[in-house]
Design a protein around this ligand. Structure first.
Ligand SMILES: [Zn+2]
Length: 117
């Protein structure tokens, strides 16, 4: 649809150029450039909105447990335990490592705290 509009404007611009109306021609060429620029900006904004929607959806999937010491995700059938601190600080899923003692530990932030899950 917009592509058709751009082609139509190009055709009209060419008619104006042939008729010696160079100001009209330049104005129409500038209009086409503006349309293309707005299309590119629109695509970029749509991509950003999509990314933000994904992040919001992911945040809504997170569930905190045991006094916010670890999180799981509602859509995760394996219910992997992730570090709540890494999630809160960086929005990154860092799986906790189970220690022989039964406690868990985050190898990413490695804050020395052992987590009881
Ligand atoms: Zn961590």
């Amino acid at each position: 649809m917009i592509k058709d509009g751009i082609e139509l404007i190009k055709s009209i611009a060419e008619v104006k150029r042939m008729a010696g109306k160079l100001e009209d021609y330049k104005m129409l060429i500038k209009l086409n450039e503006d349309i293309i620029s707005l299309q590119q900006e629109n695509s970029q904004l749509r991509r950003i909105v999509g990314e933000l929607e994904s992040r919001v959806a992911e945040k809504n999937e997170a569930e905190y447990h045991n006094g916010q010491s670890f999180i799981t995700f509602k859509n995760d059938e394996q219910t992997v335990k992730f570090c709540a601190e890494c999630w809160a600080n960086e929005e990154k899923r860092k799986p906790l490592v189970e220690l022989p003692s039964g406690y868990y530990k985050c190898n990413h932030c490695n804050n020395g705290q052992f987590i009881k899950c």
